[in-house]
Design a binder for this molecule. Structure first.
Ligand code: HEC
Length: 157
């Protein structure tokens, strides 16, 4: 008799456990997991400069001479991926993932000079880090030039 009750209790407990498992699984369906995963991956892929970069001061801001020097570097080193006008349409960029950024876009131009400087300095595959290739001054010259690309674009629109 006692044994029989034991079996029944076991049966009831197992059923409750099964229901709990089903409920738990429903609350966290694979589809939802994938959605969350997508979001996490997206956030990971977004290239964000650290906050401290915003505090870096571009002492070459708006200086025509600096922009001219920046353009000279850009035309030899960056155009291949970012295109002659910086729109991200350079010949070597076509097959890259992610595609080279459109430097005239709002997404780029809305960032601080410091953030753009930080990105040129740090790089992110497939874009190289230019810390070793160019001096600080040259990297700021590039930032100053990239700003003029944004201005050209907004005049056209
Ligand atoms: C091999 C191709 C390649 C070359 C050469 C290259 N870039 Fe890039 N660049 C990229 C790619 C790809 C991205 C996008 C990276 C991302 O968003 O993950 C990028 C992104 C950037 C960004 C960040 C844009 C944003 O979304 O915030 C800046 C700024 C930039 N490049 C500047 C330069 C400058 C200046 C040079 C030349 C000194 C240069 N790049 C050379 C491929 C290249």
């Amino acid at each position: 008799m006692i044994k029989k009750i034991d079996v029944k209790v076991k049966y009831v407990l197992m059923s409750i456990l099964l229901i709990l498992v089903v409920v738990a699984a429903k609350n966290n369906t694979p589809a939802e997991n994938f959605k969350n995963m997508d979001k996490i991956l997206q956030d990971d892929n977004a290239w964000k400069a650290p906050e401290y970069a915003d505090k870096l001061v571009n002492r070459l801001k708006d200086l025509a001479e600096a922009s001219k020097k920046g353009k000279a570097i850009f035309d030899t080193q960056c155009v291949i991926c970012h295109g002659t006008e910086g729109k991200g349409d350079g010949v070597a960029g076509m097959g890259l993932t992610p595609r080279p950024a459109n430097l005239t876009s709002k997404k780029v131009q809305s960032q601080s000079d410091g953030a753009i400087y930080w990105k040129i300095t740090t790089g992110k595959p497939p874009m190289a880090s230019y810390k070793g290739a160019f001096s600080k001054e040259q990297r700021w010259q590039l930032v100053t030039y990239i700003r003029t690309l944004g201005k050209k674009e907004s005049k056209k629109n």
